[in-house]
Structure formats: structure tokens, C-alpha cells
Design a protein. Structure first.
Length: 102
């Protein structure tokens, strides 16, 4: 498994540009599926969704797959709200139970 692109606790509008600047190197650094580790994420907003969509776009342009692991409930909820949860291939954290999403 390739090393994951790990999101920090805060991946909001205040930090998304700096995180996006790291994406090209992360995409070039591996092969196969680009895995984003969102397990530390505690603060997210629409900029987080935009960052993940850009990561997915870059991964696909490089011929790689894309997945987000450890997605916290708020991120899952935001992705569903924007209708992009399927595009982001979210793998919820253990605390994001299906019952909580109903």
C-alpha cells in the first residue's frame, strides 16, 4: 500500500490552499490508489470537499484510483449534502455509523 496523504485536524478554508500545494508531489510519489487519511480531521468545511475533489482529479489524471479513509461524520455529511460522497469514495471512521447517518 502506498503512503497515504494525511489530512491534519484542520482542513478548512484557512489551510486548504497549503494542503492543495502538497497534492502534486503526493500523487507523483506513488502508484495505485491514492489514499487520503482523514482520521485526524476535526474541522472541515466546503474547502475540504474542494480539496478532496482536486485530489481525486489529480489522482485520476495520473491514472490512479482515489479513496478517503477514516472520514469523520461531519465530512461524510458534507459530502452527502453536496452530492459528492460517491465521487470521493469515503470510507467512514468507526464513529460514523450508518445509524447516525439516517
Amino acid at each position: 500500500m502506498d503512503a497515504a496523504f494525511t489530512l491534519p485536524a484542520d482542513a478548512t478554508i484557512d489551510t486548504a490552499a497549503a494542503l492543495a500545494a502538497q497534492l502534486p508531489a503526493q500523487v507523483r510519489a506513488g502508484s495505485g490508489v491514492l489514499q487520503v487519511d482523514a482520521s485526524a480531521l476535526t474541522a472541515s468545511d466546503s474547502a475540504t470537499i474542494a480539496l478532496l475533489l482536486e485530489a481525486r482529479r489529480q489522482a485520476q489524471a495520473a491514472g490512479r484510483g482515489f479513496e478517503v479513509h477514516g472520514a469523520p461524520p461531519k465530512l461524510v455529511e458534507l459530502a452527502r449534502l453536496y452530492g459528492v460522497d460517491g465521487l470521493l469514495a469515503l470510507v467512514p471512521s468507526a464513529s460514523a455509523s450508518p445509524a447516525a447517518a439516517s
